[in-house]
Design a protein around this ligand. Structure first.
Ligand SMILES: Nc1ncnc2c1ncn2[C@@H]1O[C@H](COP(=O)(O)OP(=O)(O)OP(=O)(O)O)[C@@H](O)[C@H]1O
Length: 308
């Protein structure tokens, strides 16, 4: 591995310190390695996500140095090493603020929003310009199975086609699922109704996999890593958090200060939670992810029966 790093980074000396940490020409760098079926796509997607987040100068994330293949099928991301501390709960409010800043960070979109508002035709103006798009420059992976990030003009289409349907089709292909096949057309119609209110939403850069295991803190600030980004509705970010118990009131307080939640988020959150349960079902097979997915579909289709 050291030889491959030396060659990829054009370095004189490479010393392995611990898991992921190398000292390259006397500078600490962090190297993540992947040898799975889609290793190259995974590393390129994660690197593009880190670069996009980094460019916003909002929430801190590692700066990418290089993506390289160290041996056949073994792909790596070399990035800045960030010295992180154990304790992070006290930084949750700051993390909420930083994530809201990330979600509000698309400068050209913000500028266009102002111009469109000034012209009095907010949604129409965006559409005419053809610049209001959801998706990402490359596929990204929340796990090890790449997500379809093809550009779509509106969030409704992107979420239903590239998130929900893509996972459902793959589950049916891999495991077979009569329940999913038979409920898809109802679910698609209901999702379309629920997401109608998002038509004026501008695309926000999201981390895409921000659960408790994918952030840490330095002495000064929260850090996020392991992203699978896309330009999405910022509400989508909460899906994976809700799956693992959420970040709690401090995070929400920090977030809402910068970007208050929109009307109707409560109804839409089950859809985003469903996506992550379907993604876990696809990765790990049925069991509890299947049961939760089916129960969420039931709640989405029958909101009057199941409400919390
Ligand atoms: N740039 C970095 N500098 C220092 N430590 C890092 C850096 N990026 C990640 N880490 C540490 O390495 C651990 C694993 O990172 P990451 O989640 O990106 O890898 P992973 O292979 O996806 O791991 P997992 O399977 O546990 O999610 C993190 O918990 C974090 O503590």
């Amino acid at each position: 591995m050291e030889d491959a790093i030396r060659e990829a980074l054009g370095a004189q000396s490479v010393i392995r310190r611990s898991n992921g940490l190398y000292v390259v020409d006397r500078k600490k760098i962090f190297i993540k390695t992947n040898s799975s079926e889609h290793a190259r796509l995974l590393c390129e997607g994660e690197a593009a996500s880190l670069e996009a987040i980094h460019e916003t100068s909002t929430v801190k994330c590692p700066k990418v140095i290089k993506v390289f293949e160290s041996s056949r099928g073994k792909w790596n991301i070399a990035c800045e090493f960030i010295d992180m501390e154990e304790e992070n709960a006290a930084q949750l409010e700051k993390l909420g603020e930083e994530m809201a800043r990330l979600h509000s960070s698309n400068p050209s979109l913000l500028k266009r929003e102002e111009e469109a508002k000034a012209s009095g035709d907010f949604v129409g103006e965006q559409r005419r310009e053809g610049e209001r798009r959801f998706g990402f420059v490359v596929p990204t992976s929340c796990g090890v199975i790449p997500q379809n990030n093809e550009w779509c003009e509106d969030w409704r289409t992107f979420f239903i086609r590239c998130r929900l349907k893509d996972r459902i089709d793959k589950i049916i292909e891999k495991y077979g699922s009569n329940e999913l096949s038979s409920q898809w057309s109802l679910l698609e119609r209901r999702a379309d109704d629920l997401l109608r209110e998002t038509d004026a939403v501008l695309p926000s850069l999201v981390h895409g996999d921000l659960w408790a295991g994918n952030w840490g803190v330095t002495k000064e600030t929260p850090v996020v890593f392991d992203p699978s980004s896309s330009y999405s509705d910022p509400e989508f970010e909460a899906g994976i958090q809700n799956m693992f118990g959420g970040f709690g009131v401090s995070y929400t307080k920090g977030y809402d200060k910068i970007l208050p939640r929109r009307h109707g988020w409560h109804d839409r959150r089950f859809l985003y939670l469903l996506y992550h349960n379907l993604n876990h079902w696809l990765h790990f097979g049925g069991g509890s992810y299947r049961a939760t997915s089916l129960s969420l579909i039931h709640s989405i289709l029958h909101p009057d029966i199941d409400s919390d």
